[in-house]
Ligand binder design. Structure first.
Ligand code: CP
Ligand code: NVA
Length: 338
């Protein structure tokens, strides 16, 4: 396996063994961190993290993971760089890769992060695009493996807006890891044929299934984990709230939905989640449409089946693993961390 110098743009770009190795490396780093052991291997390196959309977890995970590895980190906020306004993506990539050892990008079309990667001489990591959120899927599968002690043979049901970046990445990661994947949501929000067609042969090779349905009864007695995400993703037009609420209300993860899953099933969410009225957006939606909870009820979110904060923590450990493996040069550093 050789990770050095590679980009991390989609889960599908990595082999099953490579993804397993990424998860194993994240586990090692988590252990090192818990034991308080210094792992500042990259004190000679700096990274740039570009955010054209807002973030809490992804930004903080890249920053903390960067600092833990000894690196300098420059954060470029949605308005703070010339990229896209006065300077092309290709030029930005060529400038930043003269200065930095790695570049993270969160933003809009996948084509933007692909162009960054094409023109950059250093690894580019996808911190979320409209189509994919690969570092999220890594953290989610690390969390599932910690909880169940295995991945292969589990069934993950993603309920709600099944055509978004998180759903796509979970389908891909499930197919790679031998996890049965059920995408359950309204047919007008079904995953694209392109994503299904790319993931299906991978799932077949790994002995697991991909099911796309609008029927929640399909979940009965089958899911080891129920996952949901916001009903309207960043970058989507806010005028769609009304239409989305109408479409997605039947797919809210509530106690009744959780009871459809296996008895020991867990609840997952990438966060941020609209489970109460303690955010400006939730209050705004409440005023317009009367909902007090959206994709998940507060009861499920706060229950002991909910692993959402383990997922959030594991973002940092998995991002550290991705950066470490793609920046590590065997000849330059000692083997202690590999
Ligand atoms: N889950 C996730 O990507 O969270 P942020 O938007 O806060 O980074
Ligand atoms: N689907 C969500 C994920 C946020 C982490 C979005 O793109 O807004």
């Amino acid at each position: 396996m050789n990770f050095t110098g590679r980009d991390f743009l989609r889960v599908l770009d990595y082999s099953e063994d490579e993804l397993r190795y990424m998860l194993a490396t994240a586990k090692k780093f988590k252990q090192l961190k818990k034991e308080g052991k210094n792992h500042k291997v990259f004190s000679d390196k700096n990274i740039a993290i570009i955010f054209e959309k807002t973030s809490t977890r992804t930004r903080c995970s890249f920053e903390v993971a960067g600092y833990d590895l000894g690196m300098g980190v420059t954060y470029l906020d949605p308005t703070g760089s010339q990229m896209g306004h006065k300077e092309s993506i290709a030029d930005t990539a060529r400038v930043l890769s003269r200065l930095y050892d790695g570049i993270e990008y969160r933003g809009f079309d996948q084509s933007i992060v692909n162009t960054l990667a094409e023109y950059s001489d250093v690894p580019v990591w996808n911190g979320l695009t409209n189509e994919w959120h690969p570092t999220q899927a890594l953290a989610d599968f690390m969390t599932l493996e910690e909880h169940f002690g295995r991945l292969s043979g589990l069934t993950l049901a993603y309920v709600g807006d099944t055509h978004n970046n998180v759903a796509n990445s979970l389908m891909a990661m499930s197919a790679k890891m031998g996890v049965n994947f059920i995408a359950c949501g309204p047919s007008s929000l079904r995953p694209s044929d392109a994503v299904i067609n790319e993931c299906s042969p991978v799932a077949e090779r790994n002995g697991c299934s991909i099911e796309v349905t609008d029927n929640i009864a399909v979940l009965d007695g089958r899911a080891d984990a129920i996952y949901t995400d916001v009903w309207l993703s960043m970058g989507e037009d806010k005028v769609k709230w009304g239409e989305r609420i109408e479409l997605l209300r039947p797919y809210q993860v509530n106690a009744e939905m959780m009871n459809r899953a296996k008895p020991g099933a867990v609840f997952l969410h990438c966060l941020p989640a609209f489970h109460d009225l303690n955010t400006a957006v939730a209050r705004d939606v409440n005023e317009k449409f009367g909902l007090t909870e959206m994709e998940v009820t507060n009861e499920v979110f706060e229950s002991n089946r909910s692993l959402v904060f383990d997922q959030a923590e594991n973002r940092m450990h998995t991002i550290k693993s991705v950066m470490f493996l793609t920046l590590y040069k065997k000849e330059k550093y000692n083997e202690e961390y590999n």
